[in-house]
Design a protein around this ligand. Structure first.
Ligand SMILES: Cc1ncc(COP(=O)(O)O)c(C=O)c1O
Length: 387
């Protein structure tokens, strides 16, 4: 048995009995020699697969020249990231601010929305998860995280949050009134179990935000960077927010988050209004630039659409699976029973999958470079496990 929590570590994580030694594509090799098909993608991070050669070369090349310098200087790799994001994200989200994590992107997005509108209240959607800073915990649509915010001194932020019910678009226009600074939405909810909010509801929210003068924030920390079958779910669904946040999949595993903003928001930001030491550093930017080029050059969003079809077809007739939710390669398998034994049986057979806040759901968030054969292996193993 591996000792998964070090005695000198704060014990906040439940860990798998697996110590990864190396990875390539969708395969992880453990220190004890076991090989795993990774449909969890290091928590949706490994969009271009583990150790894509172009990413590894870019990190190595940058590290050999300069490990770090701050935002006090211009950097070629940082400028490449800005150019690629402006090219790949939907217009008019053509300016970005770089930070270090998903929570930080959403914290910045909420700050900006409040400054732009001079309002305080935020509408969030039941089931949404936006990170673990105090401000982002307070806008979670999951009770557990709002409870953490309350116990951490965040009552005043919780009092400013309105949680809209899931699946009731008709109530949204009345909730999004002229007291609302922002509506924060995960277009495809991750932790809730891969739930696609859908183009229709996003359009309703966009319209209500326009009518009320509220800022619309899409949290694409998990569903962005090609996973839903377009670079952003905003593009897949044809609805553009005022602020869009990216993180997990952007830099292939180096810490980075990006807050993309429209001119309406950007014009309220003056020099010194935001800042970070590590955000936009040379190595994460070199990695992100290479990774974004791979997403573009290998058409990974197209691959996500193809693989979604193949997975849905292969899993359609599994009797224990009531429904397959989600979009692209952020999919939820909803079981008629607890999903944990299925997850463990897959682990025993060398396949990693994710769980969700709902214990009857298995979440698939694999690298987008998954092959057709790997999909077939998973489908075959699922039939075996459930027979
Ligand atoms: C949708 C979403 N937003 C925000 C976050 C927080 O990102 P991070 O853990 O990088 O702070 C996550 C992380 O799981 C997420 O899935």
């Amino acid at each position: 048995m591996l000792n998964t929590i070090h005695p000198a570590e704060v014990p906040v994580y439940g860990r798998l009995q697996l110590q990864p030694e190396s990875g390539t594509g969708c395969t992880i090799v453990a220190a004890d020699g076991r090989r795993f098909l990774d449909l969890y993608g290091g928590h949706a991070v490994a969009v271009s697969g583990h150790c894509h050669p172009r990413v590894v070369a870019a990190i190595r090349e940058q590290a050999e020249r300069l490990v770090f310098y701050s935002n006090a200087v211009p950097l070629e790799s940082r400028d490449r990231v800005f150019t690629l994001l402006a090219e790949m994200a939907p217009a008019p989200l053509d300016q970005a601010f770089l930070v270090n994590s998903g929570a930080e992107t959403n914290d910045v997005a909420l700050q900006l929305a409040r400054r732009v509108t001079s309002r305080r209240r935020v509408v969030t959607i039941e089931g949404g998860f936006h990170g673990r800073t105090l401000a982002t915990l307070a806008v979670s649509g999951i009770h557990h995280y709002r409870d953490l915010a309350e116990r951490s001194g965040g009552q005043s932020l919780l009092d400013l949050t309105v949680v809209a019910p899931w699946g009731r678009p008709e109530v949204l226009p009345a909730l999004i009134d002229e007291t609302i600074a922002a509506v924060i939405v995960e277009p495809v909810q991750g932790l809730a179990g891969a739930r696609d909010i859908g183009a229709g509801t996003l359009k309703t929210i966009r319209r209500a935000c326009d009518d009320a003068g509220a800022v619309l924030i899409f949290d694409e920390v998990q569903c962005g960077c090609g996973r839903t079958g377009a670079f952003t779910a905003a593009q897949r669904h044809g609805v553009t927010p005022d602020v869009l946040t990216l993180a997990k999949g952007i830099a292939a595993g180096l810490p980075m988050g990006a807050v993309l903003v429209s001119p309406r928001v950007a014009k309220h930001v003056a020099q010194g209004d935001l800042g970070t030491t590590f955000g936009g550093g040379p190595i994460p930017c070199a990695s992100a630039a290479a990774n974004l080029e791979v997403i573009r050059d290998e058409d990974l969003p197209g691959r996500a659409r193809h693989l979604e079809r193949r997975l849905r077809q292969g899993l359609a007739d599994l009797p224990a699976v009531k429904e397959i939710t989600g979009l692209g390669l952020l999919l939820g398998l909803v079981f008629d029973r607890p999903a944990r034994p299925v997850q463990l049986a897959l682990f025993e057979r060398g396949i990693l999958v994710g769980s969700a806040n709902d214990p009857s759901i298995i979440r698939l968030l694999p690298p987008l470079v998954l092959t057709d054969d790997e999909v077939d292996t998973f489908v075959h193993t699922m039939h075996e496990v459930l027979s």
